[in-house]
Design a protein around this ligand. Structure first.
Ligand code: PGA
Length: 251
C-alpha cells in the first residue's frame, strides 16, 4: 500500500494561542500507520511550531515553509532564506501555490529557481500546479499543467527530483468548497504521472502527487482511494486540531 501525505497549509492564519490549541488536540492523535503529517505555518511562526512539534509530537509532525527566496541567502530584504529554513529544522517548502502565482505574479521560471535553491539546501519541495476555471472550461487543463511542469521542474538537476512532490490544486477548488470529483482529480494525477515519464523525469511510479482544494474529513476517503492520489494539501480544514487529526487518522 502506498504511503499517504497529509500536508496542512496554514496560509496567513493563526495567532500563537490558536497554534497551542491545535497542538493540545493533535498531540493526542495517533496518526494512521501509512500516513505522514506535515504542516506549513506562516514564516513568523516556524520556530514556535517547531518547538511545540518537538516537545509534544515526538517526530510525528514535520514542519515546513510556505514560500522561499530563489537565492539561498544574502541581500534580499524581507525574503525567506531556504538555507535558514533548513537550519531551523524545516524539512520542506511549498513552492508556486496558486495564491503566489495569482497575487504575486510568480512565473514558472522564477518557481524553478526557487525550487532549485530549496532543493540545494536539502529541503523537499512541494511544487503546486493547477488550472483556473476558465482554463478548465476551455479544455486547457492538461496544457497548462504540462507547461507548469516542463518550465518549472524539467530544468532542475535530475538527481534532486526525488525530493520533489507535486500538488495538483485546481484553482477553482481552493477555498471555495467545490472539490474536484475523485475521478476529475484522478484523471489529472494520472496525466501528471504519464507526463513525468514521457518527459524523461525519473521515478514516475514513485512520484508523490497530492491533491488540494477543499479537502475535508467528509471527502478525504474517496479522494485517497484513487490510485494516483498520494495525499492532500489542505488549507481550511488543517487549521483546527480536530479536523487535521481526523484527516491524518483516516489514512
Ligand atoms: P483549501 O486550500 O483546502 O482551503 O481549499 C487548499 C490550498 O490552498 O492548499
Amino acid at each position: 500500500m502506498r504511503e499517504k501525505y497529509i500536508v496542512g497549509n496554514w496560509k496567513m492564519n493563526h495567532k500563537q494561542e490558536d497554534i497551542s490549541k491545535f497542538f493540545e488536540v493533535f498531540s493526542k492523535t495517533t496518526v494512521g500507520k501509512n500516513c505522514h503529517a506535515w504542516v506549513a505555518p506562516q514564516a513568523i511562526h516556524l520556530p514556535f511550531v517547531l518547538e511545540l512539534s518537538n516537545k509534544k509530537c515526538n517526530g510525528k509532525l514535520l514542519v515546513g515553509g510556505q514560500n522561499c527566496c530563489y537565492e539561498k541567502s544574502g541581500a534580499y530584504t524581507g525574503e525567506i532564506s531556504p538555507e535558514a529554513l533548513k537550519d531551523i529544522g524545516a524539512t520542506f517548502v511549498i513552492i508556486g501555490h496558486s495564491e503566489r502565482r495569482a497575487i504575486y505574479k510568480e512565473q514558472n521560471s522564477e518557481l524553478c529557481k526557487k525550487s532549485s535553491a530549496a532543493l540545494s539546501c536539502g529541503l523537499q519541495v512541494i511544487f503546486c500546479v493547477g488550472e483556473t476555471l476558465e482554463e478548465r472550461e476551455s479544455g486547457k487543463t492538461e496544457k497548462v499543467i504540462a507547461q507548469q511542469i516542463i518550465e518549472g521542474i524539467k530544468p532542475l538537476d535530475k538527481k534532486s527530483l526525488q525530493n520533489i512532490i507535486i500538488a495538483y490544486e485546481p484553482v477553482w477548488a481552493i477555498g471555495t468548497g467545490k472539490t474536484a470529483t475523485p475521478s476529475q482529480a484522478e484523471d489529472v494525477h494520472k496525466f501528471i504521472r504519464t507526463l513525468w515519464e514521457k518527459e524523461g523525469l525519473p521515478n514516475a511510479h514513485d512520484l508523490i502527487i497530492l491533491y488540494g482544494g477543499s479537502v475535508k474529513p467528509a471527502n478525504i476517503g474517496e479522494l485517497m482511494a484513487q490510485k494516483n492520489i498520494d495525499g492532500a494539501l489542505v488549507g481550511g480544514a488543517s487549521l483546527k486540531g480536530e479536523d487535521f487529526s481526523a484527516l491524518t487518522i483516516a489514512n
